[in-house]
Design a protein around this ligand. Structure first.
Ligand SMILES: CC(C)(COP(=O)(O)OP(=O)(O)OC[C@H]1O[C@@H](n2cnc3c(N)ncnc32)[C@H](O)[C@@H]1OP(=O)(O)O)[C@@H](O)C(=O)NCCC(=O)NCCS
Length: 157
């Protein structure tokens, strides 16, 4: 049995907040990484590592005491990788004014016992929405190749 999506739900705590009273971007990124890991592990049944995170957009702030929901969903599987779309929603639990705060893509790789990438079960999109997300994941992969080439200058230090 493979589980394609998960949601983490919790309250933003005082230690997550910066000097301006809003949740640190780094705290949000950690939650995203945790949700992506749980999603990838649930799909592959294996220990997984993060190989890429990108396209992150902080759309709205999260405040201390907000109820946070991190949704993670597989939108593409390669040979050893799982491409995961993540959405972070938050609300005041008293007001239930749920809003999208952050979105991004994370790619996780399943690992075997010797620490090598291993094959993952294929995810085949069924609905029209899933087919669209799958095709966008392929397009993004092509775009990342170009970005990777442009970023080569960072490796020359
Ligand atoms: C994960 C790791 C073992 C993969 O090693 P590698 O030599 O790149 O292995 P491969 O080239 O076979 O790539 C494995 C998969 O990752 C994908 N991948 C590798 N680099 C990528 C990148 N920059 N962006 C997107 N996908 C990437 C490959 O496309 C491949 O997917 P596929 O098998 O579905 O086609 C290695 O990159 C690693 O150890 N990275 C550090 C992981 C880590 O510490 N993460 C943070 C803590 S969890």
């Amino acid at each position: 049995m493979h589980q394609r999506e998960i949601t983490l739900r919790f309250l933003a705590e005082p230690q997550d907040v910066n000097f301006g009273g809003k949740v640190h971007g780094g705290a949000v990124m950690k939650w995203i990484d945790l949700a992506a890991y749980a999603c990838a592990a649930g799909w592959s049944g294996r220990y997984c590592v993060t190989v890429y995170a990108g396209g992150i957009r902080f759309l709205a702030p999260i405040h201390v005491g907000n109820l946070v929901e991190v949704d993670a969903k597989i939108i593409y599987t390669g040979n050893t990788s799982m491409h995961i779309a993540l959405h972070v929603n938050a609300c005041d639990p008293k007001a239930l004014n749920r809003r999208l705060t952050t979105q991004c893509i994370v790619i996780m790789v399943a690992m075997d016992e010797s620490g090598q990438p291993m094959q993952v079960p294929e995810w085949v999109p069924q609905s029209e929405e899933d087919k669209l997300h799958h095709s966008k994941a392929i397009k993004l992969m092509e775009m990342r190749k170009l970005i990777g080439e442009e970023m080569q200058f960072l490796s020359k230090r």
